[in-house]
Each structure stands twice: as C-alpha cells, then as structure tokens.
Write a protein that binds this ligand. Structure first.
Ligand code: 5MM
Length: 336
C-alpha cells in the first residue's frame, strides 16, 4: 500500500467520514448571519473549535477540511488547530482552490481557480500539518449545461491540482459537484454526473495521478430540487451506486459524498441505503458540511457559550452519519 493510500483509507476507516468545515469567509458569514451571530474571526474559530474538540470527532471524524483562515488560527486555549485535530485522532485537510469564477466563453457556468502558485502553497500547508486537500469544481444542470467547455476545463484543473497535491505527499479530494438546483429529472442528473466523473478520471489518468491515493467527493443522484418527479431514497441509492460503478476506476479507495443541500436526515438515510446496497469495493462514506453542522450551528447561535449542548447535537449527527457509512443507521436510532 502506498503512503497516500494509507492516508486515504485511514480517513475513511470503520465508518469514519470527513467534516467539511472549509467554508470560505463569505460563505461562513452567510451561515452565521442566518442565525444572527456576528461573523468575526473570534466567533468563527469558537464555533469550529467547539466541534473540533467534541467527543464525536474521535469516534466518527477521520479528517476535517479547513479553510486557510482556520488552519492558521489558534483555539481559545492557544492550541494550533492542526494539533487539536491530531489530538482528537483526526487528520487536517485544507481547501486549496480559490473559488469558482465565471467561465469565459460560457458566462453562465463556472471554472474553479487556484492553480497559480499552488505548488508553493501546498508546501506551506504540509509544513503546518495538512495531510489532505480539497478542490471543488461546480456544474449546473440545464438543457445545455454542463457544457463540454465546463466539463473539460474543470476536469483539467482538478487533474492538475491532484497531481501537484500528490507531489507534495498529500491526498487530493477531487470534488466535482453537480448541483441539485433546477427542475431536471434524476435520469438527467445520472447522465450528466456520469459524463462529468468519467472526464475527471480520464484527465487524472492523463496527469499520472495515483488513483489509489485519491478520494472522490461526488453528489448523489437526485432529481432537481424544483422537479415534480422526485425519486425515492432507494432509487437514489441504486442510481448513485450504478453511476459510480460505471464511472470510477476500481483503484480508487474511497468515495465521500457531499450533502449538497439535502436535509441532515435525508443525507444520512441516503448514505445508509447506499451502503446497504453497496456491491463495489469502494468505501462509501461522507464529507458533509451542512448536513453535519446545521443543527449544531442553530443550537450554538442561541448561546455561544453552550459548548456541551452544541457538542451533544454535533456528536449525534456525526454518530448517525458514521452508522450510515456502515449501513447500520435506522430512524429509531435517529430519534432516540
Ligand atoms: C463547506 O462548504 C464548502 C464550500 O465552501 P465555499 O463555497 O465557501 O468555498 C463546500 O465545498 C463543501 O465542502 C461541499 O459542498 C460539501 O458541503 P455540503 O454542505 O454540500 O455537504
């Protein structure tokens, strides 16, 4: 087993998953403002260290994706964030893209930027404790989208990113997110997600990325949020597995889904069914942002000093997701 493969499997070992706490300051500000908390650097680290020091971290979270601000912050006890995570048994990861910008030539679509100077930034992140990274390409579904231009240019960027990350001895999370927004059918989501993922792997192979040291972070197959033809959770699970079986090379050790705007329970139930039906060799786990943090953030916002209460809520969510990553979740466990 290569070192990178060991890191990737350690992060997703035994039902463990990833906490995506890499909201950029703009996104985190929106999240905090939605619960009437001022978005200051102090409040941002306070919420995050409340989660990072929680018991559920040790039991359930193999890795945390951080934003640049957070990996450089210290906790209220003066501890470095990467040291706190390592004490809790979790690896530090870092989002290294610099965001999705308008794609020249197709202004309604996005291209993710951040390749310039990436090699140097990666070396710095490694020195301060990062062992894995994340880059997110984002695609929307309409009649003509994602266009070939968007599919090809985002795959190219993801592949160049992943190759540089492995050169610096870190595991790249490759995240091609096909958004849920729109009125498309689940079949359209299936077809378009398949094309996007296949192109990503074609380019990863072209750029000589070691696929045994990669984690794929895809969306699940769902009908668009505005579609009248929603499908059942069982259908989502089966279509998601079919799509990944047909699009992801066998060498890839692990898949960690994004939640994409699903509710906490829906994201958990779908992951559980995916694992019940999983007939592949891939580890199928989670890399959730909103579906791990929403309820905890809501509770915390009522009293930002209630560390224990916030941690209890986060721990429950993390435990449910970890059960789902093993196909052992049930609605009774959820509600008890
Ligand atoms: C945590 O949110 C990440 C996006 O941050 P920015 O938009 O501020 O860059 C995002 O990439 C996230 O990691 C994934 O979309 C998964 O999060 P969800 O909430 O979809 O599970």
């Amino acid at each position: 087993m290569s070192e990178l493969n060991k890191i990737a499997t350690k992060i997703l070992d035994n039902g463990k998953g990833i906490l995506a706490a890499d909201e950029s300051t703009g996104t985190m500000t929106k999240r905090l403002q939605s619960v009437n908390v001022e978005s200051t650097p102090e409040n941002r680290i306070l919420f995050r260290e409340t989660l990072f020091s929680s018991k559920g971290m040790t039991d359930c979270i193999g890795g945390v994706i951080l934003f640049d601000e957070t990996i450089n912050q210290k906790t209220n006890d003066g501890e470095k964030v990467s040291e706190l995570l390592s004490k809790m048994g979790s690896l530090a990861g870092i989002k290294v893209d610099t965001g999705a910008k308008q794609l020249a030539g197709s202004p309604k679509e996005k291209i993710t930027e951040g390749l310039d100077g990436l090699r140097e930034r990666l070396k710095e992140y490694y020195k301060i404790g990062a062992r894995f990274t994340k880059w997110r390409g984002v695609y929307n579904i309409t009649k003509d989208c994602p266009s070939k231009l968007s599919i090809d240019s985002n795959a190219h960027a993801l592949a160049r990113y992943a190759a540089l990350v492995q050169e610096c001895n870190m595991v790249p999370i490759v995240e091609p997110e096909v958004l849920m927004d729109g009125n498309h059918s689940a079949d359209e989501c299936f077809n378009k997600t398949s094309v996007v993922i296949k192109k990503c792997f074609k380019d990863l192979i072209l750029h000589k990325v070691d696929l045994t040291g990669v984690i794929l972070k895809p969306n699940m197959i769902l009908a668009g949020t505005e579609s009248k033809n929603q499908i059942s959770n069982e259908e989502t699970a089966k279509l998601t597995i079919k799509c990944l079986k047909e699009s992801v090379p066998n060498e890839v050790p692990g898949i960690a889904f994004l939640s994409g705007g699903q509710s906490e329970v829906q994201a958990t139930e779908n992951l559980n069914l995916i694992n019940k039906f999983n007939d592949t060799n891939f580890i199928m786990s989670y890399s959730y942002g909103r579906a791990l943090q929403q309820s905890a953030l809501k509770h915390w916002s009522k009293d930002i000093k209630d560390i224990k209460g916030t941690q209890m809520i986060f721990d429950h969510r993390a435990k449910m997701c970890t059960l789902a990553a093993q196909g052992k979740w049930s609605i009774n466990l959820e509600n008890n």
